[in-house]
Design a protein around this ligand. Structure first.
Ligand SMILES: Cc1cc2nc3c(=O)[nH]c(=O)nc-3n(C[C@H](O)[C@H](O)[C@H](O)COP(=O)(O)O)c2cc1C
Length: 145
């Protein structure tokens, strides 16, 4: 299993309806390609974590990075061969509307902050980001989602 996380800036306004449409389509596609992860949008910024097999993940990221609705600012790829962190989330859209999301929101904000400053090859930054993802994965598990 390979994983990646990226942060991007929206190049157009996104209504709640458009975000839901994007997340629903992504979820359906990702289910077909056994991709799991989450997507969050806040302050004109997307953060998305994706995990899956190498070819599927690479193909998907190529599409996402060519999507003109946003511009990637930073991406970190990890070849960790461990089990999936979010086996039940085919593309969970995270917002602050539910109690569950409220409990994991601080983790997401922290990840966003780290991703904005992390240099592409800074190992310490990467370790911090990966610890954040592990915490988020455990938070999601606790909330039985
Ligand atoms: C922020 C963002 C996240 C996206 N995440 C996914 C995703 O997880 N899975 C997916 O299939 N498409 C996702 N998309 C849409 C793809 O960029 C692309 O539009 C979609 O795969 C359809 O491509 P195609 O019509 O060329 O097959 C995302 C787009 C954006 C802007």
């Amino acid at each position: 299993m390979k994983s990646l996380i990226y942060i991007s800036e929206a190049c157009q306004p996104f209504s709640y309806h458009e975000l839901m449409e994007l997340a629903d389509k992504a979820s359906a596609e990702n289910t077909n390609h056994l991709i799991t992860g989450f997507l969050c949008f806040k302050n004109n910024t997307f953060i998305q974590y994706l995990e899956g097999e190498s070819i599927e993940l690479g193909d998907l990221f190529t599409k996402i990075s060519q999507d003109t609705r946003h511009k990637i600012i930073n991406m970190i790829y990890v070849d960790d061969d461990g089990p999936r962190r979010f086996p039940k989330w085919h593309m969970r859209y995270v917002d602050s509307a539910t109690e569950f999301n409220h409990s994991i929101e601080p983790f997401i904000f922290n990840l966003m902050k780290l991703m904005k400053v992390a240099s592409v090859d800074g190992k310490e930054w990467h370790d911090m980001i990966w610890r954040g993802i592990e915490l988020l994965a455990r938070g999601g598990e606790k909330a039985k989602v």
